[in-house]
Ligand binder design. Structure first.
Ligand code: AMP
Length: 171
């Protein structure tokens, strides 16, 4: 089904100049949500995915649902200080300042086939950082799945990997 009507544009959120893609209308509709997960995982059904890694916070929602769809486990990548056990981390640059992603050090076994999931691909910085963290863990990245790719920001150009980057909706 066409999911575009379930994406709401919020101007100037969280700060002036940002056009925020609000996915809560999609999440709130049973058919649209289920269909979005189906479209998200379809290219990876034969990829022998061992686990899905979802990026905080909306990557948790789509990643966890995708994991049950593919019949694999789910690993959260979180903002600093949220995970209770020992972590590995990666720092990455934002437009202003920097941020960090953390993952439990024992969450991924070396060689595990991992699919990365997030909601929106904008500049691609978050996804690149998440992939770098998976490299550090010794994972084999089988691909990345996103609900929305913002074409104008050319985030795809930062995904220089021999693994597919799949976006359900390109805007
Ligand atoms: P980037 O690192 O620039 O690709 O930004 C991607 C991350 O920021 C994702 O985790 C998104 O949740 C969030 N994000 C960036 N831009 C938007 C947007 N226009 N609408 C909603 N979320 C966004």
């Amino acid at each position: 089904m066409n999911l575009t009507p379930y994406i709401r544009d919020i101007a100037d959120f969280p700060k002036p100049g940002i056009g925020f893609k609000d996915l809560t209308p999609l999440l709130g509709d049973a058919r649209a949500f289920a269909d979005s997960i189906e479209q998200l995982i379809a290219p990876f059904r034969e990829s022998k995915v061992d686990c899905i890694c979802g990026i905080e916070a909306r990557g948790f929602i789509f990643g966890a649902a995708a994991a049950t769809g593919l019949g694999c486990g789910f690993v959260p990548m979180r903002k600093p200080g949220k995970l209770p056990a020992a972590t590995i981390s990666v720092d990455y640059a934002l437009e202003y300042g920097s941020d960090r992603l953390e993952m439990h050090v024992d969450a991924i076994r070396p060689g595990a086939r991992v699919l990365l999931i997030d909601d929106v691909l904008a500049t691609g910085g978050t996804l690149s950082a998440a992939a770098a963290l998976l490299d550090r863990a010794g994972a084999e990245i089988v691909g990345a799945g996103l609900l929305i790719e913002l074409l104008a920001l050319q985030g795809r150009s930062r995904w220089q990997r021999n693994a597919p980057l799949h976006a359900v909706i390109a805007i």
